[in-house]
Design a protein around this ligand. Structure first.
Ligand code: ADP
Ligand code: MG
Length: 327
């Protein structure tokens, strides 16, 4: 099983940031409202994620660490309208095949926590009693210790941490209801407090985009039938942003979608000229039955059934918003 899992890991686990993404999504799927992420040495030495979600019962721990074990898809209907982020049942098995993984968990109705470790060539799972409040802590140590070829692809500690930070920021912007903290080598790096108040939201935006983003950004809010587009767009010069900040969410999931990007680009080109780099944070929501989500974990791709309609809608809303801002 280890080899099969390592092959699968090639798809899921590209670098420490991909591990963080999978674990974070699992915590969110488990309904966590507080997530603490501790990283050591760019994630190569240790990735530790602790949540206060539902936890996994002792008798299901072994299954959770094995391949194609997912608790998240039970009917065809689920597949058509996937709302939880993970649904493949491969992440934990893949990660544990290329690192030392421990999974400690307690459910609400258990009095004791249990820790599971997958070890050895056959990856049998060892269970031992542990101490933990309701929720889960996953520790991933020595990533790629047994796959030297992959280990060589790791960049510097700083670069790998930057990728992790990016994953955390993208998720933090989608889930304002969840408190998230991030530390690196014991030092606090990010702290996102939960809350839907104006102040909490603008704090999150400032943490990610910098203090002057909201001054230079144009707010977008539009509903049309089952489509809802909201967020902010900006000219990079007016909000003094140097990086390419392009954040797009489809039904709450981080997406890099060609069709949406094209619509945004077109609105910018026509209003501001093609030399300006769009800066945006957009949330697009649509009836989930109107979207296919590519099951490939690394791609973040969607396909809209009525792609023309989606494209033109987004283009028109942004075109209008940019026009208003120029008056
Ligand atoms: P998937 O997320 O695709 O189902 P994973 O390999 O990521 O597959 O996780 C396997 C299973 O382990 C999940 O379906 C879930 O039941 C359980 N699990 C993983 N992480 C957590 C967590 N943080 N809290 C509760 N359950 C979890
Ligand atoms: Mg998962």
């Amino acid at each position: 099983p280890r080899l099969a899992n390592q092959i699968a890991a090639g798809e899921v686990v590209e670098r420490p940031a991909s591990v963080v993404k999978e674990l974070l999504e699992n915590s969110l799927d488990a309904g966590a409202t507080r997530i603490q992420i501790d990283i050591a040495k760019g994630g190569h030495q240790l990735i530790k994620i602790r949540d206060n979600g539902t936890g996994v019962a002792k008798e299901e721990l072994t299954l959770a660490l094995s391949r194609h074990a997912t608790s998240k898809v039970s009917t065809l209907d689920d597949l058509e309208a996937i709302t939880s982020m993970g649904f493949r049942g491969e992440a934990l098995a893949s990660i544990s095949s290329v690192a030392r993984l421990s999974f400690t968990s307690r459910t609400a109705d258990q009095t004791e926590a249990w820790c599971a470790k997958a070890e050895g060539r056959e990856m049998e799972v060892q269970l031992s009693p542990a101490s933990h409040p309701q929720g889960t802590t996953v520790e991933v140590a020595d990533l790629f210790f047994n796959t030297p070829a992959r280990r060589r692809f790791l960049r510097t500690e700083k670069t790998e941490f930057t990728h992790i930070d990016e994953v955390v920021k993208r998720i933090a912007l989608a889930r304002k209801d969840v408190a998230i903290t991030l530390t690196h080598n014991g030092k606090p790096v990010r702290q996102f407090r939960s809350g839907d108040s104006e102040a909490a939201i603008s704090k999150r935006l400032q943490t990610v985009f910098g203090p002057s983003f909201l001054e230079g950004a144009i707010e977008v809010e539009s509903v049309h039938h089952d489509m809802h587009l909201r967020g902010w767009i900006a000219r990079p010069d007016s909000c003094r942003i140097t990086n390419d900040y392009q954040y797009c969410y489809v039904n709450g999931r981080v997406m890099r979608d060609k069709l949406i990007n094209h619509a945004i680009r077109q609105a910018y080109d026509e209003r501001l000229g093609s030399d300006l780099h769009p800066v945006f944070l957009l949330y697009f929501d649509i009836d989930p039955r109107q979207v296919d989500v590519n099951v490939h974990p690394a791609k973040h791709e969607v396909r809209f059934h009525q792609s023309r309609l989606v494209h033109d809608y987004i283009y028109q809303v942004l075109h209008q918003a940019l026009a208003t801002s120029m008056q």
